[in-house]
Design a protein around this ligand. Structure first.
Ligand SMILES: *[C@@H]1O[C@H](CO)[C@@H](O)[C@H](O)[C@H]1NC(C)=O
Length: 208
């Protein structure tokens, strides 16, 4: 009895200590057909991506020169959306925004705790680094398209950068974005040197 209790406690403990940091190395469902909302994109997203995710985070800027914002990079949590039911796909971006962006700020604690959290995307020494599970990809921009909606951030196709760790995918598309745009002007005297973190939600589709 004592042994059983001890074993049970030990396995409970290991669950408690490992669960929060364990991330699935793969997204869960196989995407055989792109969700309809992605058909409106300017860039042609591959029809069966290896990972389909929604990024929630910030695009970062700082006030430079004559009073415009310069780009610093992004800080993003990737949520697996490969299993999202069809009838929820069209409102996925809006619903995720409503759940995690309040008063102009991203609730990163809540996003990290989302059960769909499979990875992240941030900048390392000025390069975009995407990670899902234990696989990563340093990327460079290969194509850019204007979003059809002016309020949205542009669409991007990024390719894996040769000579770096690229076991995640060979390309990633950032499309169907809400937010992430900096104001058109700023005041160097008051804003200079500060990081402006602008919330955004976007779809990231990976393929090889
Ligand atoms: C961007 O801003 C976030 C806060 O949202 C911060 O955690 C992150 O380090 C910043 N990254 C860069 C590249 O400025």
């Amino acid at each position: 009895m004592l042994i059983q209790t001890t074993l049970f406690t030990a396995s409970l403990l290991s669950m408690v200590t490992t669960t929060p940091i364990t991330r699935e190395a793969k997204t869960e469902c196989t995407v055989e057909e792109l969700p309809a909302y992605l058909s409106k994109c300017q860039l042609k997203v591959p029809s069966s991506p290896s990972h389909l995710t929604l990024g929630v985070g910030t695009q970062n800027y700082t006030c430079v020169g004559v009073g415009t914002y310069g780009y610093l990079g992004a800080n993003v949590v990737l949520l697996d959306t490969s299993c999202t039911p069809e009838d929820e796909q069209d409102t996925l971006t809006e619903d995720t925004w409503a759940a995690y962006v309040q008063d102009g700020n991203v609730d990163f604690n809540a996003v990290h705790a989302d059960e769909r959290n499979v990875g992240d995307y941030h900048f390392e020494t000025d390069l975009p680094l995407f990670t899902i599970g234990d696989q990563s990809m340093y990327a460079i921009v290969s194509q850019q398209a204007k979003s059809t909606d002016k309020a949205n951030f542009n669409e991007w196709e990024l390719k894996a950068m040769a000579g770096t760790k690229t076991d995640l995918a060979t390309e990633v598309y950032q499309v169907s974005t809400k937010g992430g745009i900096a104001p058109s002007s700023c005041n160097v005297d008051t804003d200079g040197g500060l990081v402006l973190a602008v919330p955004f939600v976007a779809t990231y589709a990976f393929s090889s």
